[in-house]
Design a protein around this ligand. Sequence first.
Ligand code: ATP
Ligand code: MN
Length: 436
Amino acid sequence: MIKTELGTLRRSHYSNELNPSMDGLEVTIMGWVLTIRGHGNISFATIRDKNGDIPIVAKKGDCPDELREKLSILKAHSSIAITGRIKSSEKAPTGFEIIPSELRVFSDVEKIPPFEPLAKTVKNIDTRLEVRPIDLRRKTLQHIFNARSQVLKSIRDYFYQQNFIEINTPKMIATATEGGAALFPIFYYNKEAFLAQSPQLYKEQLIMSFEKVFEIAPIFRAEPSRTNRHLAEAISVDLEEAFVDYNDVMNRIEDIIKIAIVTVSDYAKNNSDVEFIIPSKPEHIPRYSYDELIEKMQKAGAKTEWGDDLYPSNLKKIGVEGFYFIKDWPLGPKPFYVKDSKTNPKISESFDLMFGDLELSSGSTRIEKRHELEERMKNKGMKTDAFEYHLGAFDYGVPPHAGCGIGLERLIMALTGTENIRDVTFYPRDVDRLTP
Ligand code: ATP
Ligand code: MN
C-alpha cells in the first residue's frame, strides 16, 4: 500500500544538502513532481523542493514493484515524499540519484496545468494568474520572489543599522492624505472610510517622537490605470526623518539602491540559472534639476514648457538612463505638505528617483509650520477642518523633516529587468483583477 499521510515522517535533507559523497546514505526527501519518464522496467523522476531538484531512479529489482508502478504514473505537481538511498552516478547531472524504498503520495494530481512546470516564459499572464500558486512554482518566479525577499531584508537591515524604528500606521483612514479622489472607499461600521494611499501624515507625526521611522506596507491607489507599472495595491518602502532635508533623503536612497544591487547580484552569483538583467552599481546617482531637463528637452526639439510633467517620450529624447534623480519640481502640482524652495517660491524641495523612464520614488522636504500648511491647503481648495487630527500636531513643535516613499515592486522591476509589475507581485490587484 502506498501511504498518503505525512504522519511522523519528516524530511532528512533538502535538495541542496545532498551530494555524491553521501553514497549509500538513507535519506527522506519531500517536494513535488517536476518530471516523470517511465520505460517499462525503469522510471526516472525529478522531484523539486524549494531549493532545487533531486533525481530519482526506480528500477525493477532495486525497489518495490508497487512503488515503481505508482511513481511512473504520477502527474507533474503531485506532492510526495521519498525515502531511499543515495547512489553516486556519473550520468546524473547532480552526480547522484536516489534509489527509492518508500514512496508517499500526499496529493495525487489529476489535472494538467495550462503550462509546463519547466516553461521559462508563458506569454499570457492571465492564464498564469488564474493558477498563481502553481505559476509560482516556476524557477523564473522563484528567483524573482527569493531575490525580492533578500532585498527587503537588506533594506530593513540598513534601516536598523541607521537607528530607524519600524512603524505600522493605519490602513483604514477617515480622510484622503492628499485630498485626491483616487481612493477606495470602504464601510467602516456606520461610516464611510478609505484605504490609505500613503502613510504620509502618520509618519510625519511619528518623527516628532521617534525622529527616524520607516514602514514597509501596502498603499492603495484607485486610479483606474491599465499599465505594466501600476497596481491598485502596492508595497511602499516609506522613510521619514527629523532634522534633515531632501538632500539627505536622496543620500539615503543612494545607499539603499547600492545595497539592493549588491544583494541581487549576490543572489544571482549563488544561483547559476538566474536570468535577471541587473543594473550595474552606480558610483553616484546623478541629480538633475527639473529646469535643466526641461531645457534639454526643448533643445532636443520636444514641445514642452516649464510646468509640464516630464513625459517618458521626452525623457527618451534626451537619453537619460539608469538610476537618476529629478529634483526641484514645480511646486504647483505637489501635495500640500511639500516644502517650497526658499530661493524660488515656484519650485519645491522635492525629487523623484527614476530608472530610465520608470519612477521608483518620490520624496521631499516637508513643511513643519502649521500656518504654512494651512495656507497651502487653502490654495489647493482643501478643507482644513477635515485635517484637524493632523494639523493639531503642528501646534506642538514639529521638527524640520523630510522623507520619501519607494515603490517596492518598481524597485524589483528595475533590479531584475522585469517588464510587468505583476511578475514581481505575489497576487497582483488591478482594475481587472481582484482574484486570486
Ligand atoms: P506614478 O506617477 O508612476 O503613477 P505617483 O507619482 O503617483 O506614481 P507617488 O504618490 O509618488 O506615486 O508614490 C511613491 C512611489 O510609490 C512611486 O514613485 C512608485 O514607485 C510607487 N507607486 C505609486 N503608485 C503606484 C502604483 N499604483 N503601483 C505601483 N507602485 C506605485
Ligand atoms: Mn511620484
